[in-house]
Write a protein that binds this ligand. Structure first.
Ligand code: FES
Length: 123
């Protein structure tokens, strides 16, 4: 069901936790399954210098967040808001159709955190 890349990121997820002194953070819940994801970042001069996640979610959500955080470290906020869940899925070598929404959770958490950075709050 899952690719080797997904299993690798699920078994040994990167960037798990909460960034100390985060100035960007967002928590999002999935309407499909009720799972929750929290993203935190330290952004300096519009560059993501640190990024971490925590999730109460499935293997696909953990693998997607692990991959997305690796793809975004060192990137600018403008690059980060453009990251699409389909790019994360490609980097993972694919996800089963019923697990696509799990990668959307990561995309939404990233967008929300950047929004928080720009506006200073979560709605
Ligand atoms: Fe809920 Fe994957 S089933 S995030």
């Amino acid at each position: 069901m899952y690719t080797d890349k997904v299993m690798e990121n699920f078994r040994n997820p990167q960037n798990v936790g909460v960034v100390e002194n985060a100035n960007a953070k967002y928590t999002v819940g999935s309407p499909e399954c009720g799972d929750i994801m929290e993203m935190s970042m330290r952004i300096e001069e519009d560059v993501i210098v640190d990024i971490k996640f925590r999730t109460f979610g499935c293997a696909a959500a953990i693998a997607s967040s692990s991959m997305a955080t690796q793809m975004l470290k060192g990137k600018t906020v403008d690059e980060a808001v453009k990251l699409k869940n389909t790019e994360v899925i490609d980097a993972l070598g694919g996800l089963p159709p019923q697990k696509i929404h799990c990668s959307v959770l990561a995309e939404e958490a990233i967008r929300g955190a950047i929004e928080y950075y720009k506006n200073g709050r979560q709605e």
